[in-house]
Each structure stands twice: as C-alpha cells, then as structure tokens.
Design a protein around this ligand. Structure first.
Ligand code: ZN
Length: 150
C-alpha cells in the first residue's frame, strides 16, 4: 500500500470503517512509515479538537461579562469593611482611649497624692518652704530651709 492509498483511507481507519484486510494493510504501512504516522496523529488531533468544540455549548451572549462583573463587585464588597465593623472598631478605639486617659488621670492623681503626702511628711519632720511653683513645669518647689536641724 502506498502513502497516497493510506492517506485516502486514514479517516476510515480512525473510525474503524475499513474491512479487516484494509485495516491490516494500513496498520502494516503505518508501522513502517513515519510520514503516515504523523498524518494519523494530525488527523486524530483535529478530530478531538472538533469533538471538544462540539461538546462544549457556547455561553449565552453577555453571560461571561455579567459573571465577571458580578465577581468583581463581590471582590470589591468583601475588600471594603462593612459600616458596622468600622463603627465597632471606632467604638473599641474610643473606649481604649477613654481607658488610657482615665488611667493617666489616676496616675497623675496618685503622683499628686504622693507629692502632697511627701510634703506633709517633710512638714512634720522638717521646716520646708514651698514656693508657688516652677516657672516651666508649674510643679511646686519644696525646699528644706532648715534641713538637718531637727
Ligand atoms: Zn506512508
């Protein structure tokens, strides 16, 4: 069987539509002819591509665009925090700030109290002079005027 003969029968060969004798003849030729084997592979590739394109129904007009825009919208929605979450976050920050401020105020009150107690102790044990306050910090200046004399 010549290459030309095989080429005319390849399609029927792939579809198993040849007689037993023809199938055998084509198969024998293919075993020895690289060029016809290449043709056979090309034919099978084209067949499977055509079959795939027939099996996949085309998408309705605009469906792909609508799906993509819906997915984009969903992405944007999930990327942006919800107003409720923003409000909760703000509330947590406000409470934390409030706690921080009141804690600082307590620390200031404690410092003040310790200072006053210290002055009172010094007053009881020493003669001290308390000025109106430091010009820069405003903190009262306590000076022991008779330090060491009891
Ligand atoms: Zn051949």
């Amino acid at each position: 069987m010549t290459c030309r003969n095989v080429e005319t029968k390849l399609s029927a060969f792939v579809d198993s539509e040849l007689t037993g004798r023809e199938m055998f003849a084509v198969r024998s030729h293919l075993a020895e002819c690289e060029s016809c084997r290449f043709e056979l592979e090309a034919l099978r590739t084209v067949r499977s591509l055509v079959q795939d394109s027939l099996e996949t129904p085309p998408l309705p007009d605009g469906l792909e665009a609508r799906l993509l825009s819906a997915l984009d919208a969903e992405d944007r929605k999930s990327a942006r925090p919800s107003p409720r979450l923003v409000f909760a976050g703000g509330l947590v920050c406000a409470l934390a700030l409030l706690g921080f401020v009141s804690m600082n105020q307590k620390i200031e009150r404690d410092k003040e109290r310790q200072f006053v107690e210290g002055v009172e102790r010094r007053l009881r044990s020493d003669i001290v002079f308390v000025s109106d306050g430091d010009a820069i910090s405003g903190a009262p200046i306590v000076t022991a005027t008779a330090y060491g004399r009891r």
